[in-house]
Design a protein around this ligand. Structure first.
Ligand code: XIL
Length: 319
């Protein structure tokens, strides 16, 4: 049986990939799996391109940690999804708690984006330009960007990114937009907002943080992907994991989890403009889930000991 990225490419996708993080790269058993570009043809830095790492104080830029991941991907012939430029979270307090005028915050955004996208110019297949601008009810998150600039911060960010790397695909990325509802509708509105402002948006990223037994069906997922494709953008699943909401997992649970992963992968296969699938790490040892969702976990394709779960084999057979 072939590996996931090989299979995804044979099925017409650009990649099957994984997030990773700096600390994990000293785990040689983990790295042996991650660096196999037949398995994972695409890498997303899980943390170290975020604002808190790249501009920890005003005008002080640091790409040392992000570069470790981008160099790893390049050394192994893996596509990079770069993540992210503008997000309410992991934002240094000098940005979030400043009392900015609109002109000042616009300047801060433009400077941050020009520096970071400029640093990685030519290396990123895609950038997640704006991440998670929406609340679950479809209203805008009232972070510093929205409070000072209203929705205009979004086209400002996309224009700055386009200017700094004309070749990178520019994405809006969010969660709970994978199924129809107020939040997906609002995300369609963000695509139109950017387009109407005369800015370029190339793609929408569907994070895909799902729960075992609570994942939408393949057809429901594909129908939402198609509603975005209709606006002229490509789509991708960018941070997939399917967590058990209570532990320990059961064998019936692993079967359900496999079916849930299959719904996501199947939806991407069913939509030609869905370019690829990224898991938010492939191994339970490094999943973000247990530290964020207390008592939940086992969300990845591989167990902690690096053996593949039923979900892995199901995805492999589907691709
Ligand atoms: C997570 C990382 O995996 C964690 O290590 C970190 O503590 C918090 O952020 N949506 C996103 C990702 O877009 O950047 C988040 O990553 C997970 C949710």
């Amino acid at each position: 049986q072939a590996n996931l990225n090989q299979l995804a490419k044979a099925a017409g996708k650009l990649y099957f990939g994984s997030a990773t993080d700096n600390g994990e790269l000293s785990d040689s058993a983990y790295v042996a799996v991650l660096k196999n570009s037949n398995e994972f043809g695409q890498i997303t830095p899980g943390n170290t391109q975020k604002w808190q790492y790249t501009e920890p104080s005003n005008g002080v830029f640091s790409y040392t940690q992000g570069d470790v991941i981008t160099s790893f991907a390049q050394a192994n012939g893996q596509v990079l999804r770069c993540h992210n430029l503008v997000w309410h979270n992991q934002l240094p307090s000098w940005v979030s708690s400043g009392s900015w005028t609109a002109a000042q915050l616009t300047d801060i955004l433009n400077t941050h984006i020009a520096s970071e996208v400029g640093h990685y110019k030519g290396q990123c297949y895609a950038w997640d330009v704006v991440n998670e601008a929406l609340n679950d009810d479809g209203t805008y998150r009232t972070d510093v960007f929205y409070n000072v600039l209203g929705t205009s911060y979004i086209p400002i960010a996309f224009k700055a990114a386009a200017a700094a790397d004309p070749a990178a695909k520019l994405y809006y990325n969010d969660y709970n937009i994978e199924y129809s509802g107020a939040k997906a509708t609002a995300a369609l509105g963000i695509v139109k907002l950017i387009q109407n402002a005369g800015a370029r948006i190339d793609g929408v990223g569907f994070q895909g943080h799902f729960i075992v037994g609570g994942t939408p069906s393949q057809s429901a997922l594909a129908s939402v992907l198609n509603s975005f494709v209709t606006l002229g953008v490509e789509v991708a699943y960018t941070e997939v994991d399917v967590r058990f909401s209570s532990l320990p997992a059961t064998s019936a649970g692993y079967t359900q989890q496999a079916n849930d992963y299959a719904a996501v992968v199947g939806a991407c296969l069913a939509v030609s403009k869905c370019v690829g699938i990224t898991v938010w790490d492939f191994d339970d040892k490094y999943s973000w889930i247990p530290s964020t969702f207390s008592g939940q976990g086992e969300a990845c394709l591989y167990w902690q000991n690096l053996t593949a779960k039923p979900a892995y084999y199901k995805v492999q057979s589907l691709l």
